[in-house]
Design a protein around this ligand. Structure first.
Ligand SMILES: Nc1ncnc2c1ncn2[C@@H]1O[C@H](COP(=O)(O)OP(=O)(O)OP(=O)(O)O)[C@@H](O)[C@H]1O
Ligand code: SF4
Ligand SMILES: [Mg+2]
Length: 392
């Protein structure tokens, strides 16, 4: 949706060195990790392991763009979104927002900065106080940030409702009186009420009927243009992400495995995991559907309490090699692959050989990872998460 990403093809050096320097970066995320301690003990809480929910995220969100973050359930998308807004304590790394390291802000300074960064949730009903009318919900944040006084408030409220396509009469209603789509509009209005620069939208349409999803996506796009917003849109639905995003990051077990401009990523997915995700999306044309590459992902997402060594994807990767894959964690890097731009980054040791066809996929033996292994050094029995779905 934005025009801000320079086209490396027109850059004098192919964009390699200027890509970061000349871009208008609103959010700069460097080496962010969020590890949740797993505590056990009746009298003393002892840490017997960690859930490595976010485990080394590096990305930049440009002013005015929509960055889409995709990945399987449990890979750490929501934790990352919350960490970005300082709603989750960082174990390591930094988030620089509009030039300020958020960790350097405390108390009032952090509170003031917070109104620049808002969140829209998947479940609007769960995130809106059922005892408050829409008017009270919207006024709350505006008052807390000293944004309104007297008659201005009413005008601003009506303007907000108009912006999200709700009538004035909505002001006196309670969240349960709305349909799912309307409630999401209230959630968006509440985020907008404090004039944010960044909105983190965590699965903003996945709880809605398909017919309503498109309306809410269109609304987000219109609002972006009208208010100059920057979005981080988190979703597991590749189609939604493609539609709305300028750039897309694919996350697997706590970190990015691939990042590119949306069209480039969908046209030329280079990481085995992204290829598998893409191959699972049905294509309406039956001829294309029958002839295209199908890559089945073996097994479930390993537990983030005991992530695989080396490349986190090696336990499920059809291209896994004897060397490097299970011992060396791959960096996110640009590739010398025909058709790949300089802004396309991939975390795979063998991406060039896979793209050229030199390496071919093979059958994957499903590995059952032991969730207790490596998680505890206390010698006591460990009752940590056996699988992602059992955690939280
Ligand atoms: N407060 C917490 N304490 C311990 N573990 C947590 C906590 N919050 C999240 N987790 C775990 O961290 C991992 C990542 O969770 P997260 O909710 O960020 O994933 P997600 O990608 O948003 O998944 P989904 O698509 O299902 O929303 C999961 O294993 C989750 O159970
Ligand atoms: S580094 Fe190895 S295991 Fe990881 S994605 Fe590449 S080929 Fe697969
Ligand atoms: Mg989530």
């Amino acid at each position: 949706m934005s025009e801000q990403t320079p086209d490396p093809a027109t850059e004098p050096d192919g964009g390699a060195t200027t890509a970061t320097a000349e871009r208008d970066v609103l959010v700069d995320v460097r080496g962010v990790k969020v590890h949740f301690p797993i505590k056990r003990g009746i009298i003393f809480d002892r840490t017997v392991g960690h859930v490595y929910a976010v485990d080394g995220m590096d990305l930049q969100i440009l002013r005015g763009e929509t960055y889409g973050l995709v990945g399987e359930s449990g890979c750490g998308k929501s934790t990352f979104g919350r960490a970005l807004l300082q709603l989750e304590e960082l174990t390591e790394g930094e988030v620089v927002f509009d030039g300020t390291d958020l960790a350097s802000l405390k108390g009032e300074a952090l509170r003031r900065r917070r109104h620049d960064m808002q969140m829209v949730f998947q479940d609007p009903l769960g995130s809106l106080d059922p005892r408050q009318t829409v008017e009270q919900l919207l006024l709350e944040g505006m008052k807390a940030h000293g944004l309104v006084k007297g008659q201005d408030a009413h005008e601003r409220l009506v303007g907000l409702l108009q912006a999200v396509g709700l009538p004035k009469t909505a002001l006196q209603k309670y969240p349960h009186e709305f349909s799912g789509g309307q409630r999401q509009r209230v959630g968006i209005a509440r985020a907008l009420s404090v004039d944010p620069k960044l909105i983190v939208a965590d699965e903003p349409v996945s709880a809605l009927d398909v017919s309503v999803q498109a309306q809410v996506v269109n609304l987000l796009e219109d609002l972006q243009e009208e208010f100059g917003l920057t979005y981080l849109v988190i979703a597991h639905d590749l189609a939604v992400v493609r539609h709305i995003s300028d750039r897309v990051g694919v996350m697997y077990l706590g970190s990015l495995v691939e990042e590119a401009d949306a069209d480039d990523l969908y046209a030329l997915p280079l990481h085995p995991y992204t290829r598998a995700l893409m191959s699972a999306v049905p294509v309406p044309d039956p001829v294309v559907e029958d002839s295209r590459e199908q890559i089945l992902l073996a097994g479930d997402l390993p537990s983030p309490a005991n992530p695989p060594s080396g490349c986190r994807f090696h336990t499920r990767c059809p291209w896994r090699q004897e060397t490097r894959c299970d011992t060396e964690r791959p960096e996110l890097r640009t590739l010398q692959v025909e058709g790949a731009t300089q802004s396309h980054r991939v975390a795979c040791h063998w991406a060039e050989q896979i793209a050229s066809g030199e390496l071919q996929p093979h059958a994957v033996e499903i590995q059952v990872t032991d969730p207790t292994e490596g998680a505890s050094d206390t010698g006591e029995e460990f009752f940590g998460p056996a699988s992602v779905s059992e955690v939280g």
